[in-house]
Design a protein around this ligand. Structure first.
Ligand code: ATP
Ligand code: MG
Length: 234
């Protein structure tokens, strides 16, 4: 299988804090990989190093075989950060245009319509982001990460504050994307939704301490839920 995301002995220190501790991870093409784990476990730091936003203290990251950061590879990644990166005092349409131009999205107008329909924000194009609810901001951020029709989606807690019906359609969509060979790295604190991932990694104190298919992990460790597993190993 083709490796899409690969980290080798990745470490990040912030002063005395070892936020990511020697993480070697491989994610294959078409997989939905879920990172779970306690607050401060190192998930966001790992993701930011994978994207090349943050320089590792030690170790390397390869995406599609290229050492990161690589500008060409970055164009193939849709990223949704944990904290909103939207311009609050621009309208939704202006945000989509701004990011679309940064990403060099072709057929931007058509693509905007498609992504807004998908996240259910049609009709909100001319509203300022500052007037959006939390969940609507999440929808807007997600629509931006989808704009370039990326091969790889890296989503840091995309479903926080999203209402249950939309959560279900997000996951249906993730599964469709995975079927057509797109690779998704996602973090979540919702352990029920994490069961939808083909593979999960439990990250705690900077290390990935458990990894595998969620159903197989439950069997292997003789527990009934990811919550039990989480409590056993965190
Ligand atoms: N820019 C920074 N400067 C200093 N310390 C940082 C910085 N970013 C993260 N940390 C620290 O690194 C550790 C890992 O944080 P990180 O945000 O990666 O965790 P997380 O698993 O994403 O947590 P959460 O589930 O709350 O989002 C924490 O101890 C945090 O305080
Ligand atoms: Mg985080």
């Amino acid at each position: 299988m083709e490796k899409v995301i690969e980290t080798k002995n990745l470490k990040k220190k912030f002063g005395k804090i070892l936020a990511v501790d020697n993480v070697s991870l491989e994610i294959e093409k078409g997989k939905i990989f879920g990172l779970i784990g306690p607050n401060g476990g190192g998930k966001t730091t790992l993701i930011r190093m994978i994207l090349g936003i943050l320089k590792p203290t030690e170790g390397e990251v390869f995406i599609l075989g290229k050492r990161m950061p690589d500008r060409k590879v970055l164009k193939k990644i849709g990223y949704m950060p944990q904290e909103s990166a939207l311009y609050e005092n621009l309208t939704l349409k202006e945000n989509l245009f701004t990011f679309g131009e940064i990403f060099g999205v072709k057929n931007l107008k058509e693509r905007m319509k498609e992504v807004l329909k998908f996240v259910g924000l049609e009709g909100w194009e001319n509203e300022m982001i500052e007037n959006f609810s939390q969940g609507m901001k999440k929808r807007a951020s997600f629509s931006i990460s989808l704009l370039p029709d990326p091969e790889i989606l890296i989503l840091d807690e995309p479903t926080v504050g999203i209402d249950p019906p939309l959560m279900v359609s997000f996951w249906e969509y993730f599964k469709e994307l995975s079927k057509i060979g797109k690779t998704i790295l996602i973090t979540t604190h919702n352990l029920q939704e994490a069961m939808n991932c083909q593979e999960i990694g439990l990250m705690s104190k900077g290390k990935i301490i458990l990894k595998g298919n969620p159903f197989e992990l439950l069997k292997e460790h003789k527990v009934n839920s990811l919550l039990d597993l989480f409590l056993k190993f965190r």
